[in-house]
Design a protein around this ligand. Sequence first.
Ligand SMILES: [Zn+2]
Length: 289
Amino acid sequence: MVSMFKVRRWAAAAATVVLSAFGIVAAGQVPASAAPNFQVPFQCGVTVTAATFSGHRPANAVDFQKSGITGMPVIASAPGTVTRVANEGSTSYGRWIEIDHGSGWRTRYAHLSTQEVRVGQSVSLGTQIGKAGATGGVTGPHLHYEQNLNGVSQRVVLHGVAVPYYGKTNFTSRNACGGGGGNPYTPQQVCGSAFSVIDSAALGDAGTTYLLYDGSSGRNCVTTLKATSVGSPSPVSAFLEVEGSARATDSGDYSYYAGPVTKEAASTCVKWGGSVGSRSYTSPFEHCG
Ligand SMILES: [Zn+2]
């Protein structure tokens, strides 16, 4: 392993020297590093068609197609931090999201019908970020997807398999199918479709606690989704405390999640959080609007 590492280091350094000699590497630019193990941005087991075609902009982007794709959950294809949650209206990307995965790598997800994360939010592999749709400049519903390195669109690789250019190729998602993920539930499925995720906190690799809000009813909802021992009963909890009233908690040995814990909290600060096993999170009083 050590010698392999040295060889790779040497190769990377040599590549940088060669590129520098041609003046290609811009000052301050980070040399290319191994891409994250990007996964299909749909839930485990879902089969989608990855379409690539000349004239696509950018040329290396992939359009994921599937009948009935509108409303299907779109999930992060690697862990990262949300950098853009934008809406171009009826042009271009329409509703789109960008995630920064570190080392210069970012992914983009466009034409979404809903956006369910906020800028600065950290997401795990498999975290639902929105739903597929047909917003922006499209002729039909699909998910436009990009893997970019230092702002330049790269040929897309999904769970280690290079997407063919140009053509249509079916991929079945392995995204968060097991190990660190595999929870078949989404926060909205637990709390109800009227709710949107407004905050979340990762509990290491053990799971994630989510805070959701329904603007029409003024209600908050908290749920904790397990990412370990998924499908087997183990300790998990979720709580919600509206400032000035008692904390409501749901805890027990559950197979998939704790909650939903819901309370009316319009114009009132809330403290929220939860736990999986020994990992826990407690927020300050926040989201007071
Ligand atoms: Zn596209």
